[in-house]
Structures are given as structure tokens and as C-alpha cells.
Design a protein around this ligand. Structure first.
Ligand SMILES: *[C@@H]1O[C@H](CO)[C@@H](O)[C@H](O)[C@H]1NC(C)=O
Ligand SMILES: *[C@@H]1O[C@H](CO)[C@@H](O)[C@H](O)[C@H]1NC(C)=O
Length: 401
């Protein structure tokens, strides 16, 4: 035998000053949004008000956490996969009684997203007779929470702007509930369409405010194709509706989501021009999910794409009076073969594929991986580590393969 052995470099810890860096790109994730990103805020709000919410009951959480965590899925969400890929811990919810003085944990991210949250203030929809049974938290409230937590977040630094600047800010998805509520209470598409510019303005103002506070990298996701959603298919499906022949989705509602996304992207371009030093990444959740609806079997969704895993029966296994979590609703055996979890939200398996398409694939503008490749736990592109650590002191160890 020759002594020709190969070595692999195992990256242990990247250090910069006394701060633990995950991959040299972002020190933390700061997240705003709704049920697509909530990792436990609504749960805390519901405990405080003794509210019973189906999302907090089994079988929610059954796949990964083995208990309900407040995530609206059977398991992890896109933000969980993102945190993992950046080498960060799961992002704790802002409202968290269990958190004591754990500034280190806070320092690696905080999640302000609340399931059910709207972009617009709750008073806007209430004035139109649309009441949100889940929460009155809006994007403005989440931003107020963020400002309120800055003294704690920045307790260990003299330069709070820098800390915000080195964080990845996940702005959304938000806005979906500004449409869900009105649609589900019978407002016409034309009326709901008139809210879209207001929703976009609200998101854009929040982004501008965060940039003022030091934000340098923001990921802004668009809306999902709601015309493929089990709840929308159940509530809007009829012989008069036009369906996309390849997917079976409702064309009018998908066009509505595209309208929101186009307006959002136009406004993001304006911010990019005004702030050339800020990286604004549009995350195309719509098309990352559409590719799955177009060929579900390719992604392992052998039970089709449109029928929910957990629900109260009917063609799409969705019945608003027998929701997943409540008695009489049934749950499928293999959630990872379904795209849709509970009629409204997706399964962990679907979120994982969307995460891959967006953060490791082509569905971001500019491409997320080109800015700061997620290295260690993702695709094994270890050569990228060299690029990431240019400005950081790092410790590594070589081992015999
Ligand atoms: C939301 O509801 C709570 C409890 O009813 C109330 O105290 C709070 O002021 C409301 N917030 C907004 C923004 O409407
Ligand atoms: C939903 O469930 C209720 C109660 O069992 C039933 O009366 C109703 O017909 C169901 N609706 C649909 C659309 O299946």
C-alpha cells in the first residue's frame, strides 16, 4: 500500500471576533411573516388568551418535532431548512416564555412571523367586515416588536446597525392573509384585487424602514399559487371556473397571485435603484411550487398534489367545518407523499423542495447561492468555504478519509 491517502477538511467553527459565524455570510436570520414562517408566536399568543387553535393540536408537528410546535405543517418550514443550511439553530419565536437570558440564542436570529398575520393593519379588513379569527397582528406590529427587542438583540454590540446589516432578513411571505380572509368571506376577485397595491406598499414601507435601521440583505418571497390550494379549490371550484389542464389549478386565482408578485417585483426594483448597496432578493415561491404541481411524481408526491393529507373529507380533503387537528378530521399515513398538509398549508416534504428550489436552485433573483453559497449541510460544495472565510479567522481539522 502506498501512503497515498486522501484528506477531507472538516470545518468546525468559523470565528470572527468573538461571534460565531455559520458560513461567513450571515450571523442570524430575522424573520417577518405569517403561517409560512411562524415557528411558535401564535402558539404563545393563543396560550395567553386561552384560545383553541387547530394548528396547535396533533397531528401538527407529527413528522419532525413529534408534537405541535405552532408550525402550520406536519414538520419543518422553509425557514427551518434555511436556518439549517446556514448552520444556524432553528430560529426561535419572539414570543417565547421559555427563553430566559439567552442572548446568544437571540443573537442568531429572531422570528416575528405570526400565523394568520396580515400585511395591512387588522383595522383595514375589519372596516370591510372581514374579521380575522386567528390574530390581529400585522406587519406593523411585528416591526414594533423588532424595535422593542433591539436593546436585547444588540446587548453585546456597540454597533446595532452592523448587527442588523450582517443578518439575513426574511420579509415574508406576507400578504397572503390580506387576501385569504376576504376571499373566504365572499369578497369578489375585483374587490380583493384593489387591496393588492396597498399590501405591496405596506411591505415596501417595512423594507425601507429596515434598510434605514441597517438591513443589507433581504429576501422577499412572493405569494404561492393559491389556485392550486386545496381550500381554494374546495371553496371556489365550480363548472364555471377555468382550470389549468396540466395542474388542475384554478386559473383566475393563480393569476391573482401572479398579479401580487408582479407588483411586488416592480417595487423591489425601485428599492434596488435607490439603495444599490442593499441586496434585495426576490424569492419566487410561486414558481418553485408550480414546478411541483406540474410534475408531482418527480418530487415523490405519489398521492397527487391537490388533495390535503389531513382534513375533513371531500374531493380535496378540505372542509372548513372539520379542520385538521379537530375531531373527525383524518390524517394520511405518509405526509411526505402529499404536497398539501391541511388544506391551506403544505407538508414538510413540500416545504423542503421549495427551500431547495429557492435557496439552492434557480428561484431567486439575484440567485441566493451566487451571493453567499450555503456550504456545509447542503450540497457538499465545500470548495465554497474558502470564499466565505476570507475575512474570518477559522479553525479546521484534517482527517483521514
Ligand atoms: C389586538 O387585540 C388585543 C387583544 O384584544 C388588543 O389588546 C390589541 O390592542 C389589538 N391590537 C391591534 C393592533 O389591534
Ligand atoms: C363539511 O362537513 C359538514 C359536517 O359534517 C357537512 O355537513 C358538509 O356537507 C361538508 N362539506 C363539504 C363541502 O364536504
Amino acid at each position: 500500500m502506498t501512503s497515498c491517502s486522501s484528506y477531507i477538511v472538516i470545518l468546525l467553527v468559523l470565528w470572527s471576533g468573538n461571534k460565531l459565524y455559520a458560513n461567513g455570510c450571515y450571523t442570524s436570520i430575522i424573520s417577518f411573516g405569517d403561517s409560512l414562517a411562524d415557528t411558535g408566536n401564535l402558539k404563545q399568543l393563543a396560550f395567553k388568551t386561552n384560545k383553541v387553535i387547530s394548528y396547535l393540536l396533533p397531528p401538527y408537528g407529527e413528522t419532525f418535532f413529534h408534537q405541535p410546535t405552532g408550525r402550520c405543517s406536519d414538520g419543518r418550514l422553509i425557514i427551518d431548512f434555511l436556518a439549517e443550511s446556514l448552520g444556524l439553530p432553528l430560529i426561535p419565536p419572539f414570543l417565547n416564555d421559555e427563553r430566559s437570558d439567552d442572548v446568544v440564542e437571540l443573537g442568531q436570529g429572531v422570528n416575528y412571523a405570526v400565523a394568520g398575520a396580515s400585511a395591512l393593519d387588522s383595522s383595514f379588513l375589519e372596516a370591510k367586515g372581514v374579521y380575522n379569527p386567528m390574530t390581529n397582528v400585522s406587519l406593523r406590529v411585528q416591526l414594533a416588536w423588532f424595535k422593542q427587542s433591539l436593546p436585547l438583540l444588540c446587548a453585546n454590540t456597540r454597533d446595532c446597525k452592523h448587527l442588523i446589516g450582517s443578518s439575513l432578513i426574511l420579509m415574508g411571505e406576507i400578504g397572503g392573509n390580506d387576501y385569504n380572509g376576504p376571499f373566504f368571506s365572499g369578497k369578489s376577485i375585483d374587490e380583493v384585487k384593489s387591496y393588492v397595491p396597498l399590501v405591496i406598499d405596506t411591505i415596501i414601507s417595512a423594507i425601507n424602514e429596515l434598510i434605514e435601521m441597517g438591513a443589507r440583505t433581504l429576501v422577499v418571497p412572493g405569494n404561492f399559487p393559491i389556485g392550486c390550494n386545496s381550500a381554494y379549490l374546495t371553496l371556489f371550484g365550480s363548472q364555471k371556473e377555468k382550470y389549468d389542464p396540466t395542474t388542475g389549478c384554478l386559473i383566475r386565482l393563480n393569476e391573482f397571485a401572479e398579479y401580487h408578485n408582479e407588483l411586488l417585483q416592480t417595487e423591489l426594483n425601485t428599492i434596488r435603484e435607490l439603495h444599490p448597496n442593499v441586496i434585495i432578493i426576490y424569492a419566487d415561491y410561486y414558481n418553485a411550487l408550480m414546478q411541483i404541481y406540474r410534475s408531482p411524481h418527480k418530487f415523490g408526491f405519489t398521492n397527487g398534489a391537490l388533495k390535503a393529507c389531513c382534513g375533513g373529507g371531500g374531493p380535496f380533503n378540505y372542509n372548513s367545518s372539520m379542520k385538521c387537528g379537530y375531531a373527525y378530521a383524518t390524517v394520511c399515513d405518509q405526509p411526505n407523499t402529499y404536497v398539501n398538509w391541511d388544506g391551506v398549508h403544505l407538508t414538510e416534504a413540500a416545504y423542503k423542495h421549495i427551500f431547495k428550489g429557492v435557496f439552492q436552485g434557480p428561484y431567486t433573483t439575484p440567485q441566493f447561492n451566487s451571493l453567499c453559497p450555503t456550504s456545509i449541510s447542503s450540497t457538499g460544495e465545500r470548495q465554497n468555504i474558502e470564499l466565505n472565510v476570507r475575512n474570518s479567522r477559522f479553525i479546521y481539522r484534517t482527517e483521514r478519509a
